[in-house]
Design a protein around this ligand. Structure first.
Ligand code: ADP
Ligand code: MG
Length: 699
């Protein structure tokens, strides 16, 4: 019996130590199993080939059959190239090599019929294939029987050592014969029959050497399912274990502070959604297990207020809390609004950021350790090792995408019993993604805005509308309102972006001259103090126009601002535009968002702007963003791992994502510890996995 998961690829006939080393380094193939799971990126249907006369350079890849003639070695300077003609009954094309010329020239036989594969290109008036994959029609007895020839991606280094797609397929063929009947199943048998999936052994064979398109498709479906299934199992199992096994503080009472705030300091009543979410959090806090909850809600839906209420519950149960924000500006704003809301109550709130003076930091840390501070608000500074709480019981993380998992988990170590964690995000995450991303977190959603908000009117404009835009801004300013003008900041070209911003600033200064108008400016290159100063000028109403890069995107609250102008709007992600738009419409006045773009937008660009103009629902917008641009552009997903899926596509394979999620939930509900014989492979998987990083790695 061969254990495919441990047997080194070195022992496969035709590999040996030198090639094994290359396969490890270049492709990450160490074992037989790694090799079996190294799937071809496409197949060539050898049973059908294109007549040479019909080869079109728009084909990404062609298979032709023909005879080689007219080989010529051409030397120009130090470069040598070999050309040859390939002809069949219908026509002639050219083959060309720039490397290995001598060897190829010697090995090509004029009287043999070849199968030739590659990407056709036009070179002058000739159609060419450079460095084609070739094999004589009659050769390759073992692989010959396969109607579909797998094509594996290879690297330059591998090719240089002769490990090309053809060799890999030969090795694969050998390996499949060798391990026949010895590929273990990884999914429970009940699942296979329920979803009509091929067994793992069958599917592997079908991935490499399918006998029909249908087989290739079914094999792919199985592996996509498998990939998503185990991702879900990972997350959901971690969640179930946390819910059942983790120890959490029990916040049994809703006490004095909460009640005092609720009855005397809350100037409005909570929305239904806020009440529901607080109930969900309360239930977690009483469960005896650590809470890990994600709170999603559009900008302005009242998440921060919810977090404050929960912090007061923690306080009523004798615990300290902290709130971590991604930027200093945001942290200061949270601090200011907490101080304002808690004014008159005996609650000690402190702000800890990197820019505080050393003595001040020291004092705060001492007070924190002695338990004098009830609520600590800050940035990353909170996770430094020398920030020690007396008894941290509740952690709120705002805008979670900006914090890495590592950073978050550092907060754990600050308390002997892990604190409850509430992660808040205003980036609406489409359902499919949320399922995949946050399978390990419990989710709450605030899907209702406080009453009395007027929908923001969104308008699309181009340079031709600029005079009208300025007139409109003046009109709003005359009414006593304020205006944001935002420029994109895309990291790769910070200098260019800054130039855009400065040019824009100058042109606005010309049209809005002092002393009638005051402009504020904020961008990433400014010091924290300078930023704070400019923000303050805008907040206090001294400046009527705030020109900035996207630094204001997160959470700035100036209710008197009614106009948001976004320059180069086509360069922003939709969710980002939505976030920015949420900066206005916070007071009672009618607010406007103006999306300025270049005049000649692409088709997708037009559709994206149209989506923004027509919709104010963050979730709908996020879905559209996902559909129009793929997951890569949704903020925060870059580090999430969803984009690292090998086979499945989070957008196109949504039905599989759902099926996998539901079936995992059902399995864990019936058998949370995975002890049933049927679930043995899953249990094994988890055990293996958990030997690595510990399961509470998330949040
Ligand atoms: P978020 O953090 O979700 O962006 P906030 O908690 O900052 O939202 O709330 C946005 C604004 O709405 C704040 O000025 C807040 O005081 C106000 N607000 C929150 N909840 C309500 C409510 N139920 N009724 C009226 N106003 C509310
Ligand atoms: Mg907020």
């Amino acid at each position: 019996m061969i254990d495919i998961s441990t047997t080194s690829i070195e022992f496969l006939k035709g590999v040996g130590p030198a090639r094994a080393l290359l396969l490890q380094k270049e492709l990450g193939i160490y074992t037989y199993e790694d090799m079996l799971m190294y799937f071809p990126f496409r197949h060539l249907d050898r049973s059908s080939h294109t007549p040479i006369a019909q080869v079109s350079t728009s084909d990404p890849y062609v298979v032709v059959r023909g005879y080689v003639s007219n080989m010529q070695t051409v030397t120009s300077g130090r470069n040598v190239r070999l050309t040859a003609q390939l002809h069949d009954a219908t026509g002639v094309m050219e083959l060309v090599w720039f490397q290995g010329v001598k060897w190829i020239r010697e090995s090509l036989k004029p009287n043999l019929e070849y199968i030739v594969m590659g990407k056709p290109a036009r070179y002058g008036s000739v159609v060419q294939i450079a460095h084609p994959d070739m094999e004589p029609v009659s050769m390759n007895a073992e692989v010959e029987n396969h109607a579909f020839l797998p094509v594996y991606s290879s690297t330059e280094k591998l090719k240089a050592k002769g490990i090309n797609s053809k060799l890999v397929s030969k090795l694969m063929d050998t390996l499949l014969r060798l391990v026949e009947g010895q590929i273990p199943e990884t999914l429970p048998p009940g699942l296979l029959s329920h979803f009509r999936l091929p067994s793992r052994a069958e599917a592997i064979r079908m991935m490499h050497f399918p006998t029909s398109h249908d087989e290739a498709f079914r094999a792919m479906q199985r592996f996509k399912f498998e990939e998503l299934f185990f991702l879900q199992l990972d997350y959901q199992h971690a969640r179930v274990m946390r819910q059942q096994l983790s120890v959490g503080r029990i916040f049994g009472v809703v006490g004095e502070k909460f009640n005092e705030f609720y009855s005397q300091h809350l100037p409005f009543s909570l929305t239904g959604a806020q009440k529901r979410v607080i109930k969900e959090i309360r239930a977690d806090m009483r469960s005896g297990h650590q809470m890990n909850r994600l709170l999603q809600g559009d900008v302005g839906s009242g998440k921060t207020l919810v977090s404050l209420l929960c912090i007061l519950i923690a306080l009523d149960n004798g615990c300290q809390s902290c709130l971590m924000a991604p930027t200093e500006i945001l942290a200061s704003q949270h601090y200011a609004s907490f101080c304002r809301m808690l004014d008159g109550m005996d609650v000690h709130v402190a702000l800890l950021t990197g820019s505080l003076k050393t003595a001040e930091k020291k004092r705060i840390k001492r007070q924190l350790a002695e338990g004098e501070i009830d609520i600590l608000i800050g940035t990353h500074a909170l996770i430094e090792d020398d920030v020690v709480f007396k008894d941290l019981g509740f952690v709120v993380i705002d805008e979670q995408h900006r914090f890495g998992v590592e950073q978050r988990s550092k907060l754990w170590t600050k308390s002997s019993v892990p604190p409850h964690v509430l992660v808040m995000t205003a980036t609406p995450i489409p359902r499919t993604l949320a399922m995949t991303l946050y399978g390990d977190l419990d989710c709450s959603v605030i899907d209702e805005l406080p009453p009395g908000r007027r929908p923001i009117q969104t308008i699309h404009g181009t340079d031709a509308d600029r005079l009208r835009l300025f007139a409109f801004m003046k009109q709003q300013i005359a009414l006593g309102r304020q205006v944001y003008v935002v420029y994109p900041l895309i990291n790769e070209s910070e200098k260019l972006d800054l130039k855009d911003l400065m040019d824009g600033y100058e042109s606005i200064s010309r049209d809005f001259p002092m002393p009638d108008y005051q402009l504020a400016i904020v961008h990433g290159q400014m010091s924290a103090e300078a930023k704070a100063y400019e923000m303050e000028r805008f907040k206090s109403g001294v400046a009527q126009i705030m020109v900035s890069t996207t630094v204001i995107e997160v959470g700035v609250d100036v209710p008197n601002a009614t106009v948001m102008v976004i320059e180069n709007a086509e360069r922003f992600g939709l969710s980002q535009l939505h976030q920015l738009r949420g900066r206005v419409g916070r007071g009672g006045e009618q607010s406007y968002c103006v999306l300025m773009t270049k005049a000649d937008l692409s088709h997708t660009g037009k559709e994206r702007i149209r989506t923004m103009v027509n919709s104010s629902d963050g979730f709908k917008i996020a879905e559209a963003d996902l559909r129009l641009r793929g997951p890569g552009d949704i903020q925060g997903l870059q580090q999430s791992g969803v984009l690292d899926l090998k086979l499945a596509d989070i957008v196109d394979d949504e039905p599989i994502v759902k099926a996998a999620r539901d079936v995992v939930a059902r399995i864990l509900e019936a058998d949370p510890q995975l002890l049933q014989p049927e679930n043995r492979p899953l249990n094994l998987y988890i055990k293996k996995k958990r030997k690595g990083p510990s399961w509470d790695r998330i949040s």
